[in-house]
Write a protein that binds this ligand. Structure first.
Ligand code: ATR
Length: 285
């Protein structure tokens, strides 16, 4: 490793609490190396009570960072403390990417762009139908709802165990978004071209309920934003039932692109080498 990378060039961070499990340093480190750029990107753990002071040190330059990524549980506070959050994060009430520009702390949220870029890369034509079904109404589903709405889907159906949470999101994201209880999944799947799991069901090897995907359009795509395991139980079932599937790892990789470009000045590429690097790391842990 070239030590000058650490000392000269821009320094960026990923902060969360805890943050040690973040794979972002691996992603950005790969790009710094392959693009031969100076600069650094490292995990910087900040406890919730210390977060406002960290943001102040970013703004006044004393942190030594020019920007970074923000993960759980700081995304809402990052949005609230930024000087000028963009419209995407404004609607979500959460920011995951920060950068300083002319003394101002700017903020955006790149999760939705990561979601669409992953599908564009791995299954072009995924957006050819008007109707999409989103399973889950937690924090992670917000950026997905925003992304498919902005992509132009006319009918967005959100089904959730707690239907009130789905209703809140329908109110937030406008008239194209409809809320349903989980029991309505089979009905709302009829003719849909895309099914997105945003629940934690099946994460880390846990069991997931059986889902009959047959009401979907025959050329529908099923995707999951969970990427551990890479092939979640929901994706396995969809594949066994003959549907095209796209795993969630690419969303993680693509959401990192806009931040890297802001901090280090070059647009990086998500390629098979990067994917293989992260998969190898997942197999180690
Ligand atoms: P995240 O920010 O990762 O989305 P979250 O806000 O805790 O996390 O949301 C988790 C999602 O998984 C929610 O849609 C949740 O449903 P509820 O809103 O009803 O809690 C869903 N979920 C988690 N465990 C579930 C289970 N056993 N059955 C059905 N849905 C579940």
């Amino acid at each position: 490793m070239d030590d000058s990378r650490e000392t000269y060039g821009p320094n960026a961070f990923v902060t969360g609490f805890p943050v040690r499990h973040s794979r972002s340093p691996l992603i950005h480190g790969h790009w710094l190396k392959t693009l031969d750029l100076s600069g650094s990107y490292r995990a910087h753990e900040v406890a919730p009570e210390a977060f406002p002071a960290f943001i102040a040190s970013l703004r006044d330059g004393s942190s030594g960072f020019i920007g970074g990524n923000v993960t759980i549980p700081h995304k809402e506070l990052a949005f609230n403390l930024a000087d000028s959050p963009d419209e995407l994060s404004e609607e979500l009430g959460a920011s995951n990417t920060l950068w300083m520009e002319d003394g101002t702390l700017l903020a955006t949220n790149t999760d939705g762009r990561g979601f669409t870029a992953n599908l564009d890369e791995r299954h072009p034509g995924w957006d050819r139908h008007d109707k999409v079904v989103i399973f889950g109404a937690g924090g992670a589903s917000r950026a997905v709802i925003q992304a498919v709405r902005d992509r132009g889907f006319a009918e967005i159906h959100v089904a959730n165990r707690t239907v009130e949470r789905a209703r809140e999101l329908a109110d937030r994201f406008g008239p194209k978004v409809h809320a349903h209880p989980t029991a309505a999944l089979g009905e709302v799947m009829k003719g849909a071209g895309l099914f997105i799991n945003t629940t934690s069901l099946g994460m880390d090897g846990d069991a997931a309920p059986a889902i009959d995907f047959s009401p979907l359009a025959s050329d529908a795509v099923v995707t999951d934003i969970v990427y551990v395991p890479l092939k979640t139980p929901i994706l396995s079932q969809a594949e066994e039932q003959g549907f095209a599937v796209v795993d969630g790892l690419g969303m993680l990789l693509h959401q990192a692109v806009p931040g890297f470009e802001k901090w280090f000045g070059k647009r990086p590429v998500v390629d098979e080498a990067l994917r293989a690097l992260i998969i190898a790391d997942m197999e180690k842990h």
